[in-house]
Every structure is written in structure tokens, then in C-alpha cells.
Design a protein around this ligand. Sequence first.
Ligand SMILES: *[C@@H]1O[C@H](CO)[C@@H](O)[C@H](O)[C@H]1NC(C)=O
Ligand SMILES: *[C@@H]1O[C@H](CO)[C@@H](O)[C@H](O)[C@H]1NC(C)=O
Ligand SMILES: *[C@@H]1O[C@H](CO)[C@@H](O)[C@H](O)[C@H]1NC(C)=O
Length: 505
Amino acid sequence: MELRLRLLLAALLCWTCVCCANTDRAIDPSNSRVWGPGVEIPDRATLPARYFFIEPRDAESKKINESQKYDVHIIGQSRFGSCRYRLSQVDRHDGSSIIRYKLAESCSDVSIHVRHNSVHLSGSPFVIPGTLYSEQCYCPQGSVDEWLETVGCPLGDPQIDMDLIPFRAINFSSLRTRMIQQYDKPGSISHCNYVILRNQVHRRCYGQHTGFSKFMDTILLSLARKFTLPDMELFVNLGDWPLVKKGGQSRTTGPFPIFSWCGSDDTFDIVMPTYDITESTLENMGRVMLDMLSIQRRGVPWAEKHPRAFWRGRDARRERLELVALARFYPDLLNASLTNFFFFREEESEFGPRVAHISMHDFFDYRYQINVDGTVAAYRLPYLLAGSSVVLKQDSFYYEHFYRKLVPMRHYIPFEADLSNLLQQIQWARDNDEQAREIRDNANAFINANLLPLDIYCYHALLFKEYAKYIVSPIQVQPGMEKIEQPDEAYHCPCERTTLPRDEL
Ligand SMILES: *[C@@H]1O[C@H](CO)[C@@H](O)[C@H](O)[C@H]1NC(C)=O
Ligand SMILES: *[C@@H]1O[C@H](CO)[C@@H](O)[C@H](O)[C@H]1NC(C)=O
Ligand SMILES: *[C@@H]1O[C@H](CO)[C@@H](O)[C@H](O)[C@H]1NC(C)=O
């Protein structure tokens, strides 16, 4: 839902920030750390953009917090000659950098050279065995279990465990027709029934607004290029609101298994990473430019940020109007304005005027960021947590797939759903600057441990692996389903590892 905002911001984004630091302390190449899937397992973790981190250290192994310029080269062979790639450096606000590279085609005999002032950093050059496949290449490598292990995904997730508790024996032979009838409300609900069989994706959608099925198609096809998906059948809700209410019908028939992008405390929907963060994973260094890596770009240093809270967004919920009203009374604490009126148009004169969108990077000129629900959870939360400010989050019964792992006062500062203690919490952050900054650091670390592109793939893989185990009905392509094809490029690449015949396709 913040997609439009993100596309707007894209243009304003700096990719390859060239930063030349005038460092007091000399960086010691052999003590500096270079790590991440892009240098450790680039042959196994086939990502749209591969990435790794550089943390500069001095001779005493102390972190250097000034930004540095690194010289990164990839040498390798492709069937067109030397390996072609695009590369970008995201200079973070603590001296460390993220390096991303996107291969134009599959490459082999690859080595990755990471230098600072022409000296190799620790571990460089990284010599990569095997082939680095382009993400577009259809080249599934074993089963989902094998893939999860090969790339080192977590073994489980508390949200997945919770979500699947009610679904221990899913029998679509008896559920399918009832589910389609229950959600046959074309004006208000749109959903799709998917069948994955022999690593091919089939679906049939119901409702008027089925365009969002492309997000689901894209992630399923992308997963299928990496490993063999378990055979399974699933229903995906394409709307904002979770559908499977607790109590009522769920009590008598048992809840229906439905996948949604947003969950809530009063529903049984099985939560997936939002289409927003999934899209930014799939289109990393591609069409979408604001993602979990680029958002980490260095901005105004903490000490120079305005010591005020900041918020921009549209009028998707009453509390957002109240936030704007609060900002009028307390401009020293809070800068909040609406960028669009849609739900409360008749109140524009009172809560307007609307202001222009600004780049999310500029949000971080302010030390405190406010996250308030929109129609459901605000899908910007991951971006705010990844930035250089501290987040104040509204209490809410809506959640995304990772909220369960967030801890209030460790990763963000909470405030009441009705905003009643928001001003106190902003004041607390001002009075406890060290702690606020520490919460910011914890949030950044959380993002880098849980929400980077590989983590988004891991979550989907783990979720579908666990879910598929509980289906007891036969997996069969249903009448009226269409087959969703891989992009053409998928088969125009040599693939040496696949275990599946590519052309019983
Ligand atoms: C870097 O660290 C030093 C000492 O730890 C500190 O005084 C300085 O403010 C830091 N600089 C930045 C840009 O954070
Ligand atoms: C699934 O439901 C169908 C139709 O009600 C029934 O015939 C079948 O035995 C069920 N399968 C299992 C494994 O319970
Ligand atoms: C609120 O923020 C915008 C964008 O940074 C700025 O132009 C404006 O002057 C701020 N308003 C107040 C009252 O400080």
C-alpha cells in the first residue's frame, strides 16, 4: 500500500554514494571484516542482487565509524566472455558498507576482490567454487529441505508455528467448495486458489481486483527457480484485511486456511511477508529502488537530526488525522502532515492542507519516526526500523510476519493505539538520548538479522515447507486453473544442477 510512495522515492535515491573520508584512524585491511551471503555462499544463495557487508577496523580491531570508499571487482567467465554485473555500495551511517551486485548472466570461475586503497581486505579475493546462477535462471537445486539447509536458513519461526497450529489436517476435498462460496464477494474480496504440482504454478482467482496475484505469482516462480517446491494447494487473500475471523463460523467448521499479507489478533490467517517487502526483495537493484539495503544509506548524523518526531502518509485511519491535530499543538515535538485525502475527504479543510510526498530518506532528518496503522499494519515499518532514526510504534492488533520477534523498548518505543501517551514517549526519547540511540542500533541489527532479501526467501520456503506437510487431500490441478509460466529468460541459461526434467513443462 505504500508502494506508490516507494516508487516516487526511487528517483531520488542515491545508489553508489561516493564518500571519501578523511580518516583520523587508519583502517587495517587485515582486521577489517567482510561477510555476508554475497561472498560466503553466492553460489548457493541465488538472489536477485547478491550482497555482503564490510566493517572497517583499525590496527587494534576497533570499529572505524567514518565512511570509506572500497574498490570491489568481480572477475569470472560467462558464456558471453567475462562476467558482467552491476555493483553498488550503500554507505551506512556507522562506517560500515553494504556491497550489492547483480549478475547479467550466470558466471563461473568467479573471484570477488575487495580492496581499500588498493590493499585487499581480510579474506579477499574470495574464490567462489561452482557457478553463480543468475536469479532468472530456472535451475532448481534439490528439495526445499535441502535448499533451506544449503543456504543456512533458520530452522523454524515462532510466527509460522503459531499460524499453523489450527491446521493439522487440511482436506481441500471438503474445504475447497465451501471456501470459494464463503469468500465469493466479488465486490469486497479477491482471492486466488493455487496448486503447485511438480514445481509448476497453477491458479484460479475470484473477485474483481485480482491484479495483486502477480505478487504471489512472482515469488512462487522465483522460489521454483531455486528449489523444487513441495506439491501443495493454497488460498491467497489479495486484500488488505485478514479474512478468517476467530469465533463464529471458525468455531463450528474449523478455520479455513488462508494466506494473507497482514495478520491480526482476531483472525486465523496465515501470514506471509508483505507484497511490499517481497517485491523489494525480488526487484533489488531492479525496478524497485527502495529496499531493506538501500534504505540503510547514511543520512544526517544523529546529533544533527531535528530532535522531533516525524510522520507523513495518507488518511487511511482516524488516528492519522489525530496525529496531525497533535502536531499543530506541539510543533516542537512533532511534525506530521497528510500527503493525501481519500477516506476522509470531507475533513480536508480541517486536517489539511495536504503536503507533497518527500523521500523516505529525508524522514531520517528527524530523530524520531512514528509508525501508525493505515488500513491495516503500515508496511513501512521495516523501512523505518532500518533507517538511522528511532521508531515509535503504535500498539495494534495488526501484524506482519516478523512483529512477533520485535521487543518493545528494545527495537522500538511503543505508544497507545489512541495516541494518548505519544507525547510522553517522544519526551522520554528526548530525555534519554543514549537509550533512544541504542534502540535505533538494536532495530538496525534486527533488520540485518531478519529482513534482508535472503531472510525473505527463507521465510517463504520455511512456511510452504511446513504448511505442505499438513495437506491430506490429493494435490491436483483444478478445473479452470491457468498455468503461470516462468519468464522466457528462465530457460535460456545453462543449468547443470537441476534434478527436474525442465521439459515435462
Ligand atoms: C565515531 O566514534 C567516535 C569515538 O567512539 C565518536 O566520538 C564520534 O562521534 C563517532 N562519529 C560518528 C560519525 O558517529
Ligand atoms: C477428505 O474429504 C473427503 C470429502 O469429504 C473425504 O471423502 C475424504 O475421505 C477426506 N480425506 C481424508 C484424508 O480425510
Ligand atoms: C515539517 O517538516 C517539513 C519537512 O522537513 C519542513 O519543511 C517544515 O518546515 C516542518 N514544519 C515545522 C512546523 O517545523
